[in-house]
Design a protein around this ligand. Structure first.
Ligand code: PHE
Length: 347
């Protein structure tokens, strides 16, 4: 028995000596097989315990088990240590340059139409206008009726309309064909002095082509106060055009007709592509129309419960897509809403 116990101590000492020599993780596994594996001497002793006389079985068995348990924990401890050292070494060898610039994170950007809208709103905000928004699904009343365009008025032909329903209670609904219905809505909730612009989507039932989309943006302008004149309208729009297109760009006012203004005007700027000489873009006229405007019709003021004998106002409606098209030489409006990144990433 003492011989067996001596053997066990010998195994333990040899195993520990060897374990202490192992400097690499790779060497650990063969050590484990040699001292703790199925064919190791220790396992052999544990298996042959049943051959021992009963009184030897217990002391030898318990010593053998203790040796096994301690070798197992020594093994794990050594493994942990080697792994730690391995990690430290590999960190020390890999040079980490903390002065390198970070990897760029791809950034989104604003859509060219959104950029233009923001620019337009900024200009008018600087001139004292507030920015309001209105519903895209509108009542016939606000889109047409209240703007002096009754049911059978020929001006309805100017607006190819997308109808939502033909009207049960409260009249017919549609997708607004312009932002002008907000003129009425603004007067219903505010009193003069009014100075507001309304950016937003508008819709027309139209075949799409290079210059027509069924959805497009407008910015409505609306100002009502005592003593507002056509000169104020002209001054405001001239200033707007020169801030947006540059001081040297010429701006033209001409008569036009819209049922809700009197008088009505049309504003055009000198063609950005040919500077007025005439080219394909401007239909060889040298001018490009960018907005409709006029003095608010007395009927409209009355409908908004504002006395036209006391107050006057002006209104304008501006097409938005036109502007980036002119500026960047974009020849097809459909590019804006085609979601092609090759197009969008240029802005
Ligand atoms: N709403 C008109 C259009 O879409 C433009 C306009 C607005 C004209 C305000 C005059 C005054 O064509």
């Amino acid at each position: 028995m003492t011989e067996m116990l001596g053997q066990l101590d010998g195994i333990r000492r040899a195993a520990l000596d060897e374990l202490a020599q192992i400097g690499e993780l790779e060497g650990l596994e063969s050590w484990r097989v040699r001292y703790l594996g199925k064919k190791s001497r220790l396992t052999g002793i544990l298996r042959s315990l049943t051959d021992l006389p009963l009184e030897e079985r217990r002391p030898v068995g318990s010593r053998a088990n203790r040796v096994k348990a301690s070798l197992q924990s020594d093994f794990l401890e050594r493994k942990r240590l080697l792994e730690e050292r391995h990690l430290e070494l590999s960190l020390a060898h890999k040079s980490l340059d903390v002065t390198l610039p970070g990897r760029p994170i791809p950034r989104g950007r604003l859509h060219p139409v959104t950029q233009t809208l923001e620019e337009i709103c900024d200009i008018f905000k600087n001139m004292g206008f507030q920015v309001l928004e209105g519903p895209e699904v509108e009542w016939d009343y606000y889109n047409f009726e209240a703007l002096n365009i009754p049911q059978d008025h020929p001006a309805r032909d100017m607006f190819a309309t997308l109808w939502i329903d033909s009207g049960r209670s409260g009249g017919a609904r549609l997708l607004r064909t312009h932002t002008s219905p907000m003129q009425i809505r603004i007067m219903e909730t505010t009193c003069p002095p009014i100075r507001a612009i309304v950016p937003g989507r508008t819709y027309r039932y139209e075949a799409t082509d290079a210059t027509h989309e069924s959805m497009f943006y407008q910015v409505e302008g609306f100002a009502v106060d005592k003593g507002v004149t056509l000169a104020d309208l002209k001054g405001t729009l001239f200033e707007f055009c020169s801030r947006l297109f540059g001081r040297e760009r010429r701006v033209r006012f001409r008569c036009d007709y819209f049922p809700f203004v009197e008088p009505g005007v049309e504003v055009a700027i000198e063609c950005l592509s040919c500077s007025g000489a005439g080219c394909r873009l401007c239909g060889h006229s040298g001018w490009i129309e960018i907005l409709g405007a006029g003095m608010v019709h007395p009927d409209i003021l009355r409908r908004g419960d504002i006395n036209p004998e006391v107050y006057t106002g002006f209104a304008f409606g501006l097409g938005v897509e036109r502007i980036p098209m002119l500026r960047y030489g974009i020849d097809d409006i459909r590019l804006f809403y085609g979601n092609d990144l090759r197009f969008l990433e240029q802005f």
